[in-house]
Design a protein around this ligand. Structure first.
Ligand code: AMP
Length: 395
């Protein structure tokens, strides 16, 4: 049977999932962690709960992928490399060029590399991995699935910043968004669950994980999203600040004696958000188990920022049919979902406490008479990637 592998490569990791297509059956998945560091961890889960794990130095992605392919054969998950007819690669920045998933030839891979300016940690590593696949599996179709593509439908009104227009024209300084594959997946799944054509629905999708973003989706098309030029913007996140007044940067740099703006941005990316507010942890679970008043403030700020975005997107969409929760917090945090929705009862949106008392299980969690449906949908970016590869294979 033909197989497609969905790849999510970071600068020091490689997550993957192997599907039988078109049946969409997951036959194996795994992760290579600490690539380039001592004691890299190579894991494959397959079959009936079986697991293969090895700890050894894996200096680069080239060896990681080589090991992966050889091990798939050794474990009899595949009989030959030829079975893997498609590889879908998650790519963080697609800029304005990649409006949808695309087959990656040499020219397209170069474009991915050129977009490194927008995602310096991700795009170069992703391009490298695609080249390794080209080399090791020359017959396999490589497809790029971009985090930004779903957001390329945003109108100018929502993607332009209120700064001189020439900065957009000359330097492409605009809002790009992120998590697009997840927002796209849950929006389409929501339409199926609600039994309505997506073209008729106004949806607000809340991807709430360590990174978090919210999108306004009108008729299946993204019209606005909370992340910005980079994933630093929007709601409060695990370690990222989300939206702040840019003048604060100059003020704080002076107070902290910082001279390089990169150090300030680093603080906003890595030491802010829930971690910065609580001084305890970036992890929602740790804050919910803490008695520290600062943890409580961090939780309240998180809920407040999510609510404000939902509220503003009700206005952007001029109405809303359903609000969708996904990702680590959205899928598992019963109390946070309730906290967010209970604070917005003014438009008749109501959580059903019993239905909401569930983790990671797809379902409608609003009351039957709620004016706006609330849905819990576990995200599945890998499946979306595999589907995009399949669609381009058969094109
Ligand atoms: P992600 O980045 O999608 O993996 O999400 C990570 C976030 O989800 C972290 O803040 C976790 O604390 C949160 N999370 C995962 N499981 C739970 C849970 N059972 N209850 C509350 N938060 C959770």
């Amino acid at each position: 049977m033909e197989k497609t592998i969905a790849i999510n490569a970071g600068s020091s990791s490689l997550k993957w999932q192997l599907y039988n297509m078109p049946s969409e059956e997951v036959i194996a998945k795994g992760i290579v962690e600490r690539i380039g560091l001592p004691d890299s961890i190579f894991t494959i889960k397959y079959g009936d709960g079986e697991k293969y794990e090895v700890v050894q130095d894996i200096p680069d992605h080239d060896l990681a992928i080589n090991m992966l392919l050889e091990q798939l054969k050794a474990l009899h998950i595949i009989a030959s490399f030829d079975e893997i007819t498609g590889a879908g690669h998650r790519i963080v920045a697609g800029g304005e060029h990649f409006k949808e998933s695309a087959v990656l030839n040499d020219e397209q891979i170069k474009l991915v590399e050129e977009l490194a300016e927008f995602a310096p940690l991700h795009n170069p590593a992703e391009a490298k991995v695609i080249r390794v696949f080209q080399k090791l599996l020359p017959k396999t179709l490589n497809v790029g699935v971009f985090d930004t593509s779903f957001h390329t439908t945003m109108p100018e009104v929502n993607f332009l910043y209120s700064i001189p227009t020439e900065y957009y024209e000359k330097f492409q300084a605009r809002k790009y968004g992120a998590h697009g594959t997840s927002h796209r997946y849950v929006a389409h799944r929501a339409a199926e669950m609600l039994g309505k054509p997506i073209e008729e629905l106004k949806l607000i999708t809340c991807h709430l994980g360590n990174g978090a973003s919210i999108s306004a989706v009108d008729g299946g098309v993204c019209v606005d999203t909370s992340m910005g030029f980079t994933p630093l913007a929007g709601v409060t996140m695990g370690t990222r600040s989300g939206d702040i007044d840019p003048s604060l940067l100059a003020y704080l740099m002076e107070k902290l004696g910082l001279t390089d703006i990169k150090d300030m941005i680093d603080i906003l990316n890595k030491k802010s958000g829930l971690l910065g507010l609580s001084g305890i942890s970036s992890d929602m679970r740790d804050l919910e188990h803490s008695d520290d008043p600062k943890a409580k403030v961090a939780l309240d700020i998180f809920a407040d920022r999510v609510r404000k975005y939902i509220g503003s997107y009700v206005t952007v969409l001029n109405g809303v049919d359903a609000i969708i929760f996904t990702a680590g917090i959205g899928e598992n945090d019963v109390a946070m979902r309730k906290n967010i929705i209970d604070g917005m009862s003014w438009f008749g949106c109501q959580i059903d406490d019993e239905k909401n008392n569930v983790r990671g299980q797809e379902r409608i969690i609003s009351t039957d008479d709620s004016s706006v449906k609330v849905l819990l949908i576990p995200t599945d970016e890998e499946l979306m990637i595999a589907r995009d590869v399949e669609a381009l294979k058969t094109k």
